[in-house]
Design a protein around this ligand. Structure first.
Ligand SMILES: Cc1cc2nc3c(=O)[nH]c(=O)nc-3n(C[C@H](O)[C@H](O)[C@H](O)COP(=O)(O)O)c2cc1C
Length: 152
């Protein structure tokens, strides 16, 4: 049976969702079953089930995860579930104008998942909104590289 990937989206103004929607078909064309879910209202159990989790999130506030991801992140921090079977990838959207907190929302996920036993696959993608690069194009390019790591 085809392996599955669940993409979890943390966003305020929809950029991360757009990136997830562009990445989804790239992964599907490679033979994976892929679903995209908003992090709003999700429990930590959403991390179990699929073979791989891909968190696609922006950063707000003082390097925080976006509003729709706060409850989920807090629940993970408080409940500290065993994530030793978690294999995940990360796409972070930020803006280098926020020099002190650049892409920290995504880094917070990385640190917490690792602390709870999860294993990241591949390098984290970080997009800078102050660059000329389109986030969805960067996402598609990154996803092709991530597939190489997933298939390894
Ligand atoms: C009020 C506000 C605060 C932000 N804070 C940060 C930040 O601390 N660090 C960072 O890297 N980007 C920050 N950003 C940039 C966003 O993360 C970036 O524009 C991202 O592409 C937005 O993605 P989204 O549409 O999925 O929410 C901030 C943007 C706004 C509007």
């Amino acid at each position: 049976m085809a392996k599955s990937i669940r993409i979890l989206v943390g966003t305020v103004t929809g950029t991360a969702e757009l990136v997830a929607e562009e990445v989804q078909p790239v992964l599907e064309e490679a033979g994976y079953r892929v679903e995209v879910m908003d992090l709003d209202g999700q429990e930590p159990a959403v991390l179990s089930g699929p073979d791989f989790i891909l968190v696609c999130t922006s950063t707000y506030g003082q390097g925080d995860v976006p509003d729709n991801a706060i409850d989920f992140f807090d629940a993970l921090e408080a409940g500290r579930p065993d994530l030793s079977s978690l294999r995940y990838g990360l796409i972070g959207l930020g803006d280098s104008t926020y020099a002190d907190t650049y892409n920290q929302g995504c880094q917070r996920f990385d640190a917490l998942f690792t602390e709870l036993g999860g294993r990241r696959i591949g390098e984290t993608m970080t997009h800078n909104a102050s660059s000329d690069e389109l986030p969805e194009e960067a996402g598609v390019e990154w996803a092709r590289q991530w597939l190489v790591e997933l298939n390894a």
